[in-house]
Write a new protein. Structure first.
Length: 404
């Protein structure tokens, strides 16, 4: 079995996911091309060496439909021998794409691969692809479907996370992201998005609100109260969790992940192939895991995926020097921290999706790159990236930095 090595990781800035956002005028395929061309150009990559490209896309319809990955490969000027495939594991799609790309290398079936993702939430809104889980009453009733915001509030209620606890996590995310940008911590991986004339459209994450305070966030109305009480989703959740007398709705726009646009790509391959072509490996992918978890509470899977990934790598929680958990909602971060017994000084040290946004299909690849950059900056050895996933799943990837 081969080792899979990370040679490079890039991402675009995250643009506000609505009309007027910095990336709203950019077609999804152009966002994907931005990351793919950056990976090629930064590494003087002979693209004929790339045996496959995996891109995560959560809403694979309209401009993001068909097989955007293969067409983006052609549109990016890659060798015509390079195939491509898009995959959907909900919010974990970007990291799942990286893991699938790495698995090809580990299995000896590929020399080099690219994993990443793209989501233009301003042009292809969340929920565009519909699907039986949320729209077929028979399926929804059988699976006890509730929207993710209800699940996040259910987690907060079950484990006693208050509105203030969640708002403190949100403010921490904003402050850390602002500090990371001010100190240039993202400079190694960020790729400005330009138009066809070479003019820069966006060079910086634009969703951040660094002046956020707990007092200010406390004035925002709960986002999922009406959905839970008037539409009956609280009652559905209580059928699965009858011990919960009342769900406390503590999440709102300020302590939940932002809707944004963006793309990312990670170059993976065999070390001998990299050596032969002047590519220096930055980290080895030690293990990865995806798991299923209870689908109504939905968002508790990350710690379970971490447990499996740690077991596969022969490591323990104490071996991991730095953690990235997608900030889908503040309660997800709190539960992840508590379930694994983590110190927040080692978790999301440069902020997360509450501050910078969550471009669904791209986020997993983005946070893996952020993790690697920070591990290099701090001279750390082991890092783990994880995300909660719709319909009750979790994903985790453990990397080991070269020469740490």
């Amino acid at each position: 079995m081969q080792d899979a090595w990370i040679f490079d990781a890039v991402r675009t800035p995250r643009g506000r996911g609505k009309a007027g956002g910095g990336l709203n005028t950019v077609a999804p395929i152009a966002l994907a091309r931005t990351s793919l061309q950056a990976i090629r150009d930064r590494n003087s990559l002979d693209t004929s060496l790339v045996d496959d490209v995996y891109l995560g896309i959560v809403e694979p319809v309209n401009e993001q439909g068909s097989n955007l990955a293969r067409v983006a490969v052609i549109y990016s000027g890659y060798d015509q021998s390079v195939p491509g495939v898009q995959i959907n594991r909900y919010c974990a799609s970007g990291l799942a794409a990286v893991n699938m790309a790495a698995a090809q290398v580990m299995a000896g079936q590929a020399r080099m691969t690219i994993g990443g993702g793209i989501e233009s939430m301003s042009r292809v809104p969340m929920g565009s692809s519909r699907g039986a889980w949320a729209t077929d009453p028979q399926v929804s009733i059988y699976t006890k479907f509730v929207p993710q915001g209800i699940s996040a509030d259910l987690i907060a209620t079950k484990w006693g996370y208050t509105r203030e606890h969640c708002d403190e996590i949100a403010v921490m995310s904003q402050q850390r992201a602002a500090a990371a940008w001010a100190e240039g911590r993202f400079n190694k991986s960020i790729i400005p998005v330009k138009d066809d004339n070479g003019m820069t459209l966006l060079a910086r994450d634009e969703h951040m609100r660094p002046d956020a305070t707990v007092a200010g966030l406390g004035k925002l109305p709960p986002a999922f109260l009406q959905m839970g009480e008037s539409y009956g989703f609280d009652a559905v959740a209580q059928q699965r969790y009858p011990e919960i007398e009342q769900i406390h709705h503590v999440h709102h726009a300020g302590n939940s992940s932002g809707i944004v646009d963006g793309s990312a790509a990670v170059l993976i391959g065999r070390k001998d192939v990299g050596d032969a072509h002047g590519l220096k490996p930055r980290a080895r992918i030690r293990s990865f895991a995806s798991i299923g978890s209870e689908p109504t509470i939905m968002l508790t899977g990350p710690s379970l995926a971490v447990d499996r990934a740690l077991s596969l790598a022969g490591l323990t929680v104490k071996d991991i020097d730095l953690w990235e958990i997608n900030e889908a909602f503040a309660s997800v971060v709190l539960r992840f921290k508590d379930a694994l017994g983590l110190d927040m000084d080692r978790v999301n040290v440069n902020g997360g999706a509450i501050a910078m946004g969550h471009p669904l299909g791209a986020t997993g690849a983005m946070i893996l790159g952020t993790l690697l950059d920070e591990m290099e900056r701090r001279d750390l050895r082991f890092g783990c990236a994880s995300l909660c996933v719709g319909a009750g799943m979790g994903i985790a990837t453990i990397i080991e930095r070269v020469d740490a």
